[in-house]
Design a protein around this ligand. Structure first.
Ligand SMILES: C[S@@+](CC[C@H](N)C(=O)[O-])C[C@H]1O[C@@H](n2cnc3c(N)ncnc32)[C@H](O)[C@@H]1O
Length: 317
């Protein structure tokens, strides 16, 4: 285990699975690293500190406010940190444009940050009343209110089912269509809490899955992750490592499937007795099972409870 300096909690944000990500990526002097979801810059600060004096890090985030915040935090690392407002889906191109062609380690810590969740104006949380926005990139694109107020019931139900695995997707979609326009998170959360049948995990707000589904749809999250994973494999140097933290089953399934497919040395149909495909695996799985937070971390940071870290290494010469 590589002992790292754990960054100070910064405005309440403690990076999830911090030591596990450092152990997976093994940052070292002279290394090149990419953080595809910079957020508050916690993992990035760890990678930069451990790769001193000359390691470099390219940090991407779709949220201009996250980049501004991380830029202030990472200022002590000077030109070693290059920060760009971009989606991880565009990682391959952005990395190439900044000379990160053969990267030693890439981390994605998916989803949203506690700063975004706690900011009522961003509209991510049913616990804070704010506009139904939910865009990571606040500069353009349709908001959650645009979807809620313009899609038909079938389209909304499809979003709630596919991206929230919501069992009452049709019922909730019909409710929304009957009661719209809806403009705020409180209006939507209250409607669902009042009218939808009680189901799901006890203690969980009945609007949890709908909010997750809307956020994924607004930001095209699963498509971006899929593009980001492909881009990461393109940019990793042989022996370079990919560490992905996901927070719900849709993300984790996508990451797991991608890593499994990329590490197979034969993609022939299973009934075929002899391999004819000649496929070359691009990745080697470093951890067969997802790495989870320790009880100690969960006690200190409840958000880490659902975190799953998967690690793979680039094969090649
Ligand atoms: C959980 S936070 C990352 C926290 C970070 N690891 C830290 O230590 O502070 C997730 C971040 O990913 C960003 N994000 C979400 N989807 C993205 C995407 N497709 N491309 C780039 N950034 C994205 C969010 O804006 C958010 O800032």
């Amino acid at each position: 285990m590589v002992e790292q300096h754990v960054p100070e909690p910064h405005s309440g944000h403690v990076p999830v699975l911090f030591q596990e990500v450092m152990d997976a990526l093994r940052p070292a002097p002279g290394g090149r690293y990419v953080d595809g979801t910079l957020g508050a810059g916690g993992h990035a600060a760890g990678l930069l500190a451990a790769s001193a004096p000359d390691g470099r890090l390219l940090g991407l985030d779709r949220d201009p406010a996250a980049i501004a915040y991380a830029a202030a935090r990472l200022a002590p690392f000077g030109a070693r940190a290059i920060l760009v407002v971009a989606s991880l889906g565009d990682l391959a191109g952005v990395a190439a444009a900044h000379g990160f062609d053969a990267v030693d380690g890439i981390v994605f810590d998916l989803g949203l940050s506690s700063r975004q969740l706690d900011d009522a104006a961003r509209g991510f949380s049913f616990q804070h009343d704010g506009p139904l926005d939910m865009r990571f990139d606040t500069r353009s694109g349709a908001t959650a209110a645009d979807l809620i107020n313009n899609l038909d019931a079938e389209e909304l139900a499809d979003i709630f089912f596919r991206y929230g695995e919501e069992q009452q997707s049709r019922r909730i979609a019909r409710l929304i269509v009957t009661h719209r326009p809806l403009h705020t998170t409180a209006e939507l959360a209250t409607l669902i809490a009042r009218e939808a049948r009680r189901s799901g995990r006890p203690g969980r707000h009945p609007a949890t899955k709908v909010f997750q589904a809307l956020r994924i749809a607004v930001n095209g999250e699963l498509d971006e992750i899929a593009r980001g994973l492909r881009g990461a494999v393109e940019r990793l140097a042989p022996g370079g490592r990919l560490a992905i933290i996901s927070f719900h089953s849709l993300e984790d399934r996508l990451v797991k499937e991608f890593m499994r497919e990329s590490s197979r040395d034969c993609v022939c149909p299973p009934q075929q007795p002899v391999c004819t495909c000649g496929a070359q695996p691009a990745l080697r799985l470093v951890s067969r099972k997802a790495i989870k937070a320790t009880d100690e971390e969960i006690a200190a940071n409840t958000r880490s409870r659902s975190a799953r870290l998967r690690v793979a290494e680039r094969i090649g010469n």
